[in-house]
Design a protein around this ligand. Structure first.
Ligand code: HEM
Ligand code: HEM
Length: 180
């Protein structure tokens, strides 16, 4: 029998996610010698983030920040539960995932902002701006690695391909022990 599934990620969230991943990858890979493409990919990431912030307020249930941003105590307890191998399955983003989303959006915003600043006359050649830009970009890369590791761990633990869910939008229908 086929396990019933329900739609969780709306098309905007999915399109946003993969466009952001591509923008980041292109910006990272073009940083050294492809100036025009680097700026374009960096600005694309900034526009996507701006869009996501609005969607997080007005979008459907599982796209909303109010649905997946938990307080620090709940997030810490959730991480503790992961370490004990007893964390529940969440239909939307789990508390650690919610925190990661905020972290990624923040460091990417800082990267795009400092990159733009570096192109302005006021900051042209300012070493601290360049260093902040590179630092924020490198920090984002580290978070992306953790993000992907988190996705793999959660996929294995709950026997669900979360990467495919971010493509199709569908996840396994919740059971009694899941947090819907
Ligand atoms: C091949 C690389 C990647 C894979 C496989 C991947 C996979 C995923 C998956 C499965 C989710 C949903 C997590 C959940 O079920 O709660 C997610 C969410 C997210 N990922 Fe990725 N990701 C990748 C790269 C990236 C990159 C490069 C970025 C940013 C630089 C990024 C930023 C995000 C954000 C912001 C969300 C939240 C989506 C939303 O609600 O808008 N991801 N990712
Ligand atoms: C948000 C995604 C972005 C990422 C991941 C990123 C990443 C990087 C990295 C890693 C470098 C260092 C390259 C090196 O080793 O020399 C760099 C340099 C640079 N980036 Fe970005 N960047 C982004 C967005 C932007 C934006 C939006 C702009 C401006 C429109 C920009 C402008 C620059 C400039 C001017 C440099 C050269 C600094 C120098 O002369 O060394 N970047 N970027």
């Amino acid at each position: 029998m086929k396990t019933p599934s329900i739609r969780v990620w709306d098309p905007v969230v999915r399109l946003f996610h993969w466009s952001l991943a591509v923008s980041f990858a292109v910006a990272w890979l073009t940083a050294e010698d492809w100036e025009d493409l680097h700026y374009a990919a960096g600005y694309a990431a900034a526009v996507l983030i701006g869009f996501r912030l609005v969607w997080g307020l007005v979008g459907p249930r599982y796209a909303r920040f109010s649905q997946f941003v938990r307080n620090p105590g709940d997030t810490a307890r959730y991480v503790g539960a992961i370490l004990r191998g007893r964390e529940p399955r969440y239909l939307g983003h789990n508390p650690a995932g919610g925190l990661m989303i905020l972290a990624l959006l923040s460091t990417l915003s800082a990267t795009a902002l400092t990159g733009w600043m570096y192109t302005q006359d006021a900051f042209w050649g300012a070493e601290w701006v360049e260093e902040l830009h590179e630092g924020a970009a490198t920090l984002t890369l580290g978070l992306v690695a953790l993000h992907i590791a988190g996705v793999i761990v959660a996929s294995l633990r709950h026997r669900e391909n979360l990467v495919r869910a971010m493509v199709t939008g569908r996840k396994r229908a919740p059971q009694a022990t899941d947090v819907a």
